[in-house]
Design a protein around this ligand. Sequence first.
Ligand SMILES: Cc1cc2nc3c(=O)[nH]c(=O)nc-3n(C[C@H](O)[C@H](O)[C@H](O)COP(=O)(O)OP(=O)(O)OC[C@H]3O[C@@H](n4cnc5c(N)ncnc54)[C@H](O)[C@@H]3O)c2cc1C
Length: 385
Amino acid sequence: MTSFLTDEQRMIAEGVHAFVETELQPHEQLVEKLDAVPDELFAEIKAKAIAAGYYAMNMPAEHGGGGLGARERCVAEMEFGRTSRALAVICNRPAPILKACTGDQIETYLKPTIRGERWECFALTEPGAGSDARAISTRAVRNGNDYIINGTKQFITMAMRADFIIVFAVTGTDETPKGPQKRITAFLVDKAIPGIEVTPLDVVSNRGMKSCIISFSDVRVPARNILGEEGGGFAIAKNWIFSGRVMLAGNCVGLADRAMGIAAQWANTRKAFGQPIGRFQGTAFKLADMAMEIHATRLMVLDGAAKMDAGTITQREASQINLFGSEMVGRVTDNALQIMGGMGITKDMPLERFWRDARVERIWEGTSEIHRDIISKDVLREYPA
Ligand SMILES: Cc1cc2nc3c(=O)[nH]c(=O)nc-3n(C[C@H](O)[C@H](O)[C@H](O)COP(=O)(O)OP(=O)(O)OC[C@H]3O[C@@H](n4cnc5c(N)ncnc54)[C@H](O)[C@@H]3O)c2cc1C
């Protein structure tokens, strides 16, 4: 742990660490096997997280959330990263974009979600639009006091569990200095509305969390369910995009640290050629690199979180943290698995799962290439000819 944490931050880290070890990690194998969290277990974990004060820590205290700052949250994220995402997500939520709820939306969506009575998912990506999010083609057409939504979303995490969906749809075209641009609006859409169909996808990372395809066929949504302003969908999403990137790197620290611990114990125990394999430089130096990279990421995450609290974090910084953390966890889990040799690749050991789970970190909160694009453009802007 880092020396400059406050007492409160240290307390959160220790509390979440113990919670993860006792309440979440024991269920990892079951979730992995079933590729699902059984309903009873889900309800039990949620109740325990609420009782312990680890639920909705990121939400405003005035609406019943924990009201924690980014530094406290990232300390918690690092600990939640030490277990399966399918389990951590039961506690560590909801999506911060819901802070944009206004008027009746606060009672209907925000507060019940903070209390754990409702569950959201975030639906931006489509089969034809991922990194290029402005290319989405889901449309919402005004019809009296309602909008009619048609289109398909893809890779929407936890859509099976959600009872409402934050849907991004095109509601018109804006003339801009760069030419015509799609006007994109965010809607709060109850999943029970007729015309919505959810189909789970099978992915190798984070089993039990389930990413899904959602199709919308003439789905009628009241205009009062617009989140933010009509045409302001990207503006509100952007408010929280940095947070997602920094917190993702926090999760990567937790997963990498756990993988390193298992590999180091193995290196001390497993013998080859008459000595523990940790005595071979080829093994020991891998551990040295892991420790150094994990520590560097931890510091980057804490720095990013401090800048989020101060409102000074830049897009480049958030991308640097996300990119460094997601690539770091890929290297660490791969090397940890290598240290375990053949045992690392068996399903009896958690390393192969960590290695699979780490893989998506380089994709889902912006791909490595997109982050390098953001960072390099900013560097080139900084040093003009
Ligand atoms: C498991 C999982 C869960 C997800 N959950 C959600 C969710 O809950 N909600 C949601 O809305 N989305 C979700 N996503 C979608 C995620 O945000 C996208 O996968 C991501 O943005 C990349 O988009 P894509 O998969 O369409 O890849 P593409 O954008 O098609 O990219 C394909 C390749 O092209 C490269 N590429 C694209 N553009 C450039 C460029 N300008 N420069 C260089 N290289 C480029 C990419 O780096 C990548 O290597 C999830 C994805 C996954 C895998």
